[in-house]
Ligand binder design. Structure first.
Ligand code: SAH
Length: 252
């Protein structure tokens, strides 16, 4: 097996074309194949040369999303043909991105693989919404969890103590249940919550309330995935002072 190619597991950032790293942009520029899905900087795909094969594994024919195994096989198969393969992901590949599974699959197949870290939505989307995840003297850390299932007990303990911020990804669908569980575990119902939808894009929206009311408020506003939910004192409206008129800027 001579001339095997290489796979890059690339974090593309939260969506804005200018929140991708220089290293990730270089990997994209050198790609023969880009395997992409729903999240990440999809506008950048139109800048790729005509010879670049783009495989959207989030929108396979018949609306069946490719399984992780199919994606792994695709990466390995293209690399074995000697191609440079970029697996472009939203945010960072190792934060709820299944990047670890793809790296393992490549290594198991003897295919060279490199990881390019990305700007995770867990960190960047709150920042874009004026929400610092830590703040000296107020909160001493942040816990990032996924919310497509029951929250882990660690999140309930953190919410009850109030000394760390909680960041929930993939949590919009079960927002009501998560808020209720946290309050039941001892969190103050008045704890501020910010939900930031489509962060870094021109359609970014921020919805705020408290734990007692956020499900209602977000439901009324018809908040949809992708959104990052931030719970804690730092999520209060105007925590950093009044917002400028310009809330979305891009240097692209
Ligand atoms: N690896 C990604 C996360 C993938 S899980 C990262 O590091 O960002 C997918 C979840 O990420 C979404 O359900 C949502 O909670 C969050 N997300 C990703 N991009 C987002 C965006 N632009 N705005 C808001 N949330 C986003």
């Amino acid at each position: 097996m001579s001339d095997v190619g290489r796979v890059w597991i690339v974090g593309g950032g939260p969506g804005a074309g200018d929140l991708i790293t220089v290293r990730a942009a270089r990997a994209l520029a050198g790609a023969d194949v880009v395997v992409t899905d729903r999240l990440g900087p999809s506008a950048l795909l139109s800048d790729l040369g005509p010879h670049v094969e783009i495989v959207d594994v989030g929108k396979a024919p018949g609306h069946h999303r490719a399984s992780q195994e199919e994606i792994n096989d695709l990466l390995v198969e293209r690399a074995r043909r000697g191609l440079s393969v970029v697996r472009l992901k939203g945010g960072d590949p190792f934060i709820f991105g299944r990047g670890g599974e793809e790296v393992r699959a490549c290594r198991a197949a003897g295919v060279p693989v490199e990881v390019v870290p990305g700007v995770s939505s867990a960190l960047a989307v709150p920042a874009l919404a004026d929400v610092p995840l830590t703040h000296r003297g107020l909160v001493s850390g942040a816990l990032i969890v996924h919310g497509h299932d029951r929250l882990p007990s660690s999140a309930c303990a953190v919410a009850a103590s109030g000394d760390c911020t909680i960041v929930i990804l993939m949590g919009v669908m079960f927002l009501a249940r998560h808020a209720a569980d946290l309050v039941e575990s001892g969190a103050d119902p008045a704890t501020p919550v910010a939900v930031v939808e489509r962060g870094s894009t021109s359609r970014q929206r921020i919805v705020r309330s408290d734990l007692a009311n956020i499900a209602q408020v977000a439901g009324d506003a018809n908040v949809r995935s992708p959104a990052v939910i931030v719970i804690g004192a730092v999520a209060a409206g105007e925590f950093l002072g009044p917002l400028d008129a310009v809330v979305h800027t891009s240097i692209a």
